[in-house]
Design a protein around this ligand. Sequence first.
Ligand code: ZN
Length: 400
Amino acid sequence: MIILKNARLIGPLTEGYDGQYADIWVDNGRIAEIRPQGWTPSGSGLYPEGVQIIDARQNTVMPGLIDMHAHVYMKSLDFNKVKGLDAAHSVLNAYMYAGEYLKAGYTTVRDCGCMYNVTVALEEARKAGELLVPRLISSGQILTPTETGNDTFGELYVEADSPEEVRKAARRQFQLKNDFIKYMVTGAFLNEKGSPGMVIAALDELKAAVEIAEMKESYVCGHAHSAEGIKRAIAAGIRTVEHGVFLDDECIDLFQKTPNCYLVPTGAITIACEGDTEFLSDNLKEKAYQYFEEERNNINKAYQAGLKMGFGSDLDMENFVQNIGYEFTARTDYYNFKPMDILLQATKNSAEIMKLDDITGTIKVGKMADLIVCDGNPDENIRVMNKPLLHVMAEGKIVY
Ligand SMILES: [Zn+2]
């Protein structure tokens, strides 16, 4: 048993307890009690024998963070470092960087595309208690129509054209024990010859993927930049729309009218592409520059309209490690979101969107003890998320 004492809690991220400060009792991996500071069973003043006590010293304790759009094997924005990556290096990268995610407080990471099914293997090892990595929710390979640029990322993609091929490819990802299907609905920014706005998937292909996913009680996550692509994704029944750079008013309206369909903006990768990116070709940089303002305005509009959004970064791992909390500050500085809303996106909202809110996403008795101790109060100053955490607990285990 572990008692996390003197925790400062954030109201909207806590369920079933109204006080600002608490002691959190953790037993058997789960949150057993949330009680006023100093509480002991029947007021005895005695703690159970062998209990481990951690003092949060009035610092903010939040639910473990969630990144809904990661590629844990993706070492760098420099394609030369990921192109043609062999299985051994792909596994090494994924293991090493999944560990970095955990250190940064992400107890759940949704991996939106990997090679060699590595994230499924990592998750199996985590469940067996063999490796310290976050809870990994995996898509495996990304389904895509035959397109220019697919070979840039090698085994990351599996090409499927026609509903028949899509069904086969989707079933294959589930056969390999992946959790959901990732689909390229439009082109991508980081594709030398591609156009991010171009719709590349046909409606019947997308519907075929949704059909197979629903049979598995799962869903499809669609990469989509253009308004037309987003509308097609929503029409097909896709659950999460990633990026959404060129969304328009009609898209916002459709999101509002469509239950079970959510936007996952990815701010950090856009800012990273704007920064010191000597690896990106002038052509790719040009594409990123051109749409920077447009993305900022569109995503902010969706936010102002009150859309429930997930928290995704899509960041390469070198940038992730060098810039702790990159997505948090991307959402304040670039998208102009309020800190409290960002904290909700990174915990409760993302857990609900991924249907994991029965086990994580808030601090609640009975949920897994996925808890982080921040060095300050991020609801008052989001830049606290740029500092290393004081502690990270995943499923009741102190991991950092
Ligand atoms: Zn991505």
